[in-house]
Design a protein around this ligand. Structure first.
Ligand SMILES: [Zn+2]
Length: 318
């Protein structure tokens, strides 16, 4: 039987999104197209004059800034910011190969989560490709620290994230989530979690050119001990779930999915990028392993989000 988790996947069709950048407030169109096996995630930016920069590989070696979001350098003095949510959606659903095209400097924030990307991907379906999926298997633990914050990648028989945040704020406080990855759990428990910020930081951030596009429609805004958004949180611990969403996007910049455990305390984009580059800095820390050789738990159709169309797979298992 064909093991779904052992095959590379791409999208069953092309997807289009429009919105604004949460930091730049600039309108942007984003398109995701299927891509051939072994191409990974690539990105092209179309400049105002129609010039195309890219495609380039979405890879940690292109990360230039991790302040509040992850920014990639595409060359030719061109960058794209806030790539982490769309990449998280792809990686979280087990899409290995995709080509993203944007016509502005920042990916759209949409509703502040990866929910719309995930819903659109589920709608259009996934195509299983003939190529075997490969994983970066962690063989030696790597830890990076910043004061009491840390991020670590460790050998582990599976794909797990153990993430904890600790804010001096009663609404958020200390939240921890241990997440054993399946595409279905990602779609249900992680993708809808929205980004968040503090009302007290807003003015200083905006003076520094950040959060100019943020609103209650795309961010949870915390003021002292209250949430300013109308309506309920999507999860009681939505904050740690969004950090998990970010980490899944940031860790997908290694070129292939990671087989092992990620642990983090008070982490963020900077430590996520650093722990990934530290892992890949020495071949003693990892090996590239074929998925056929890994005992991945995720092999049942129940591990896939409800409604996801995976036609070649369904045909192959009859
Ligand atoms: Zn985020």
């Amino acid at each position: 039987m064909l093991r779904l988790s052992a095959r590379q996947c791409t999208l069953g069709g092309s997807l289009e999104f429009s919105g604004v950048g949460v930091h730049s407030a600039v309108p942007v169109n984003l398109r995701i197209d299927p891509a051939p096996a072994d191409s990974g995630y690539q990105i092209t930016r179309i400049l105002k004059d129609g010039t195309r920069v890219g495609p380039v590989q979405i890879h940690f070696s292109r990360v230039t800034r991790t302040t509040l979001c992850t920014t990639l350098d595409l060359g030719n003095s061109t960058s794209v910011a806030t790539v982490e949510h769309v990449v998280s959606a792809l990686s979280g659903l087990g899409v290995d190969n995709a080509h993203i095209t944007v016509d502005s400097e920042e990916c759209p924030i949409l509703d502040g989560s990866a929910g719309r990307y995930v819903a659109a991907i589920i709608d259009c379906g996934i195509d299983v490709q003939p190529a075997t999926r490969k994983y970066l298997k962690v063989t030696r633990a790597v830890t990076v620290r910043n004061n009491d914050a840390f991020a670590a990648l460790e050998p582990y028989n599976g794909r797990s994230l153990d993430l904890e945040i600790d804010f001096d704020n009663k609404v958020i406080g200390r939240q921890r989530m241990i997440f054993d990855w399946t595409p279905r759990r990602f779609a249900e428990d992680v993708a809808p979690a929205r980004t968040f910020g503090f009302a007290r930081d807003r003015q200083a951030l905006q003076q520094a050119g950040y959060a100019l596009g943020s609103s209650l429609e795309n961010s949870i805004l915390v003021q002292d001990e209250a949430i300013l958004n109308p309506g309920e949180l999507r999860y009681e611990d939505e904050f740690v779930r969004h950090k998990l969403l970010d980490a899944i996007g940031d860790l997908a910049l290694g070129g292939m999915p990671i087989y092992g455990r990620f642990r983090s305390y008070k982490g963020g984009h900077g430590l996520n990028a650093l722990v990934l580059s530290s892992l890949l800095a020495s071949e003693a820390n990892y090996e590239v392993v074929s998925a056929e050789d890994l005992p991945l738990a995720f092999d049942s159709l129940d591990d896939l989000p409800e409604g996801l169309n995976v036609k070649p797979y369904l045909r192959s298992v009859g």
